[in-house]
Ligand binder design. Structure first.
Ligand SMILES: [Ca+2]
Ligand SMILES: [Ca+2]
Ligand SMILES: [Ca+2]
Ligand SMILES: [Ca+2]
Length: 306
């Protein structure tokens, strides 16, 4: 049932897709599931670092370490869950018009909360599937960085060692702040050095044009995107695995597309279809108050003082 819905949606999307996309990694399907928000008898998906709300999403919609390609260092060998195990799901909602991300990560050596670390996921988003040839370091193509840096696609990641845990690279800074985007997380195991299991949730507001010098969402030049079921967007991501502590390097750059240039080129993303709602993949019951205390590094550090 789930599969039939998925492929029916994919067929619809393929008819409407533009020819501009790079279509990388056609060896598998990529889909963002529509999450429940305000559906009676079903728990809302909440951004709180508790991944229980995603428990029933079938594995066909997960991206795991086995789906990723290490494209930079060549030092981590084949995907190996004793080094880095990943379960990643993208979701979206027409109610909130936001994109959601969940990551369950096992890392043998986790340094995400110390200075100079690279244990993160770099997430690059092209909501209107325009496959922008360059959206970071735009001066290299003679473009005005005050206008075009991070404008047509955006590059986000979490930085858990900072007070402000969402990093939006190069783009209009306000869009990297709540309520437009944010980070919530929890963990089990060792917070510094691992082994650690990280439970991560993030959310993003869709932009088709985010002028770099814009000051707020009310700026005339800012164009938000309205997400719709059956449409395609471009998503690139790279799970960075830093297993050598504060040396300022990473050991693994595990990409979804197999193309390292996803960090600045939307032509290096894969095509994600936004799926229609399917109640069978969500957790029945009432919405519950957020169970997980907010985990900011500032709060964790304050516990050391006791
Ligand atoms: Ca949650
Ligand atoms: Ca590792
Ligand atoms: Ca775009
Ligand atoms: Ca690591």
């Amino acid at each position: 049932m789930v599969k039939r819905t998925f492929f029916a949606a994919l067929g619809l999307a393929l008819i409407t897709v533009s020819a501009s996309s790079a279509h990388l990694r056609q060896d598998r399907n990529w889909a963002a599931v529509q999450v429940p928000i305000g559906v009676g008898g079903v728990r809302d998906v909440q951004m709180d670092g508790d991944l229980g709300d995603w428990d029933n999403v079938p594995s066909v919609f997960w991206v795991t370490h086995n789906d990723l390609v290490e494209t930079v260092t060549g030092t981590q060998g084949d995907a190996n869950p004793s080094n880095l195990a990943e379960r990643i799901i993208f979701g979206w909602s027409p109610v909130t018009n936001q994109l959601y991300f969940m990551e369950e990560r096992f890392d043998d050596f986790f340094y995400g909360t110390i200075d100079n670390n690279f244990d993160t996921v770099e997430i690059t988003l092209d909501f209107d599937h325009s496959a922008d040839p360059i959206f970071q370091n735009v001066t290299s193509e003679g473009l005005d960085p005050e206008r075009w840096e991070g404008a047509l696609s955006q590059n986000y990641r979490y930085e858990l060692h900072k007070e402000h845990e969402m990093f939006l690279w190069g783009a209009a800074p306000w869009a990297g702040n709540e309520p437009y985007s944010g980070v919530r997380w929890d963990f089990e195991g060792e917070l510094v050095g691992g082994p650690t299991t990280l439970f991560m949730e993030m959310w993003f507001t869709p932009f088709d044009d985010l002028p770099t010098s814009s000051q707020s969402i009310n700026d005339a030049g800012v164009v938000t995107h309205t997400m719709q079921a059956g449409t395609i967007m471009g998503i690139g991501f790279a799970v960075q695995d830093d297993d050598n502590g504060a040396e300022g390097t990473y050991n693994g750059y595990w990409t979804n597309s197999g193309d390292t240039e996803l960090y600045f080129k939307a032509t290096a993303f894969v095509d994600y279809v936004l799926l229609p709602y399917d109640e069978s993949m969500w957790v029945a019951g009432d919405d519950k108050p957020t169970a997980v205390e907010e985990n900011s590094w500032g709060r964790i550090k304050s516990t050391f003082a006791n």
